[in-house]
Structure formats: structure tokens, C-alpha cells
Design a protein around this ligand. Structure first.
Ligand code: SAH
Length: 350
């Protein structure tokens, strides 16, 4: 590790901010020493807010029907070989019931942009869940909607919203998305979510096609400036039914490095060790937690649809990432010195 690297890591720890050039330096010149120093500092600062707690979120994949054609995504509209499904309100409530019994106190409803889930339908579902489980948080991850729609969902009781920005570089965004989608609209949505009062999550893929170090530096700068309550970071993994089928996947190593940096940018952030990270490396989930992550999102979707929500090749869903195997997950996490807790796990304000 160079002297400059050490100085930058210390500066990041103190000031929670670096210049774009400095972030690039951190990424381009990383080595075993800088990785472990960042990991150590990220771990220390996370413990100061959240101790050794790991929060769990029950992920319910409500629909793989999507009107968008994001170039990297396995459930994109253009994928004719995807068996489409949509959960009913009863299906979703059944998932919550099972999840509640297992100890989940946050339910995340994620899906493609499926027109069936209008404001009326979605608000109805949110209200029912909050009525039955008033001690639980509801997170939504349903893509881009109007500000009015987000407001209605918030008023219906939704607490959090995840909308990854995917990449903070407008040109890069254009290379990953069809022309109907715009980077400006994404940014606008994120701002609306925050203004409305959601605990808001942004996030990006690591190693996505055309991504450069400069893009990643911009992602870090964006996290710094937007100051989200949550941030989803996972490796890009190609899907065979997309034009990126032959592209390389992102690495566990770089994803973990970035998790540590994000933890130092925003010490109190809720940072998931993502399913994609667990997919790319069999110890990815644990490595993500050791690098500064403090959230895992086991899959609560009905078994019959789980294989159909295939965002990328090989997406894991039936082992420790399955809600019904929570005991196994708890043991694995305990083995690395952390504890899975039954709490809503809200963002702690400073
Ligand atoms: N429709 C919702 C939910 C999208 S799926 C939305 O737009 O927010 C959730 C996340 O999966 C996406 O934000 C994206 O970052 C990630 N994802 C999609 N395809 C992927 C791939 N091939 N590899 C890794 N992550 C992927």
C-alpha cells in the first residue's frame, strides 16, 4: 500500500468524502493491504451504529412482468423465454404471514414495472400489510413511478423505497438502457422519493458492461451527495437471454471493496450484502457483511415462482438465501461474529 493510499483512506474515514480523482486512485491502486485496512475501518464504524447486528428483509418478488427493456436484465420485456407470473394480493399476504412467523419485520415487495400494480392496487396491499402487521416496515422496489404515485404509496404506509440509480454517468446509463428510459428521470424519481420522506435506497451494479473506474468514482460521489438511507451494490452477472450474455461478470472482490468505501462515506447507511454477491461467490454473503454490509434479504417468494424471477444467470434462491432456511443463514452469520436480529432495522439518524 502506498503512503498516498493510506492517507486517502484516513481522509475518507474522517471526512466521509473524497474527490473523483481520489476515489479513482482508491479503486485503481487497491491491493491486499488497502482492502484489509478499508474493511477494518468499515467494520469499526458500522459497529459504532449498529453493533454486530445484521437486519433481515423478507423479499417478495411480486411480478416478473415488465414494460421495460433494460439491456442487462433477465426479466426485460424483450425476453420471450421468460415464463411470466404475477402474485395475487392473497399470495402476497400469505408470504407476509409466513415471513412474520419466521421473524421478519420488514417486507420488501419488488417487481418488474407491471401495470397491474396500479396505485389503487398497490396502496390496497400496503394498507392491508400495515394493518395486519403494524410492527413491520414495508419496502417497495417497483421501479419508476410518478411523484404523485410515490406520495400515495407513502401515505398508504410504505416506509422505504429501493430504486437503484444503476450508474451515475448519464452516457453509461444510455448504454445499459433502451432510449425510452432516461438518466434524468431516474434521478428525478430518487429526489422525489427522498422529498416525500421514504427511507430511500439507490445503488449500482459493479462490472456492468462499458463500466470504467471513472464511472464507479461517480457512483461513489453520487452516494456521498445524495446521502441515501440504503444502497444496493451487487456484481453485474450476465443473463443468457440478453445482448450482454457474453460479457464478463463483476467480481466479489471489487464489490466488497466498494461496500467498505460506501460504509465509510455514510457510516450509518443500511447496506445489504446482496443476492448477486452470494451468487457470484459461495461465501459472497459473508464477505459482504465482513466488508461493512449489515442487511441481508432472504427470499420469501412462493417456491413455485422463485426460479422465474431470474434477473441474471444462476440467481440463488433455495439455500441460505431462502427465508425458510433462516436457521442456516443465522448460523452462517453467527460463525463470522454477527447476529441476525428480529427488528425493523430502521435507518439510524445522526
Ligand atoms: N423493476 C425494479 C426492480 C428491478 S430488479 C426497478 O427497476 O427498480 C432489482 C435490481 O436488480 C436492479 O436495480 C438491477 O441493479 C439488478 N439487476 C438486474 N439485472 C441484473 C444483472 N444481470 N446482474 C446483476 N444485477 C442485475
Amino acid at each position: 500500500m502506498t503512503e498516498k493510499m493510506k492517507t486517502l483512506i484516513e481522509k475518507l474515514e474522517k471526512e466521509h468524502s473524497l474527490s473523483l480523482e481520489e476515489y479513482e486512485y482508491l479503486i485503481d491502486n487497491r491491493d491486499e493491504e488497502s482492502r484489509s485496512l478499508l474493511r477494518e475501518k468499515a467494520d469499526k464504524v458500522r459497529r459504532s451504529f449498529y453493533g454486530n447486528k445484521v437486519f433481515i428483509r423478507g423479499l417478495i418478488e411480486i411480478s416478473n412482468i415488465c414494460k421495460n427493456d433494460c439491456l442487462y436484465c433477465g426479466i426485460r420485456k424483450g425476453n420471450r423465454n421468460c415464463q411470466r407470473y404475477r402474485l395475487s394480493e392473497d399470495d402476497i399476504l400469505e408470504c407476509c404471514k409466513e415471513g412474520y412467523g419466521l421473524g421478519f419485520r420488514t417486507f420488501v415487495m419488488q417487481g418488474g414495472e407491471d401495470g397491474f400494480f396500479s396505485d389503487e392496487v398497490m396502496c390496497g396491499i400496503v394498507r392491508k400489510i400495515k394493518e395486519k402487521y403494524p410492527d413491520c416496515a414495508v419496502t417497495l422496489s417497483l421501479g419508476e413511478r410518478s411523484e404523485e404515485s410515490y406520495r400515495k404509496l407513502f401515505e398508504a404506509g410504505a416506509d422505504r423505497y429501493l430504486l437503484r440509480h444503476e450508474t451515475a454517468d448519464k452516457e453509461h446509463y444510455g448504454k445499459l438502457h433502451p432510449k425510452e428510459l432516461s438518466w434524468e428521470k431516474r434521478m428525478e424519481c430518487l429526489k422525489s422519493l427522498k422529498t416525500i420522506g421514504f427511507q430511500t435506497g439507490c445503488g449500482f451494479m459493479v462490472g456492468s458492461p462499458y463500466q470504467t473506474t471513472a464511472h464507479l468514482a461517480k457512483d461513489l460521489k453520487f452516494v456521498e451527495e445524495f446521502s441515501p438511507e440504503m444502497c444496493g451494490i451487487g456484481p453485474f452477472i450476465p443473463h443468457n437471454e440478453t445482448i450482454f450474455r457474453d460479457e464478463k461478470a463483476g467480481t466479489c472482490e471489487l464489490t466488497c471493496y466498494l461496500l467498505s468505501i460506501v460504509r465509510l462515506i455514510k457510516p450509518n447507511i443500511l447496506l445489504p450484502s446482496t443476492t448477486a454477491l452470494g451468487t457470484i461467490d459461495k461465501e459472497g454473503r459473508e464477505k459482504g457483511i465482513l466488508s461493512g454490509g449489515n442487511v441481508v434479504m432472504p427470499n420469501l417468494s412462493p417456491l413455485s415462482v422463485r426460479k422465474k424471477y431470474m434477473l441474471y444467470e444462476g440467481k440463488i434462491s433455495t439455500d441460505e438465501e431462502a427465508a425458510e432456511n433462516l436457521m442456516k443463514l443465522k448460523e452462517k452469520i453467527r460463525a463470522i461474529g454477527f447476529e441476525v436480529v428480529t427488528e425493523r432495522g430502521d435507518f439510524i439518524k445522526v
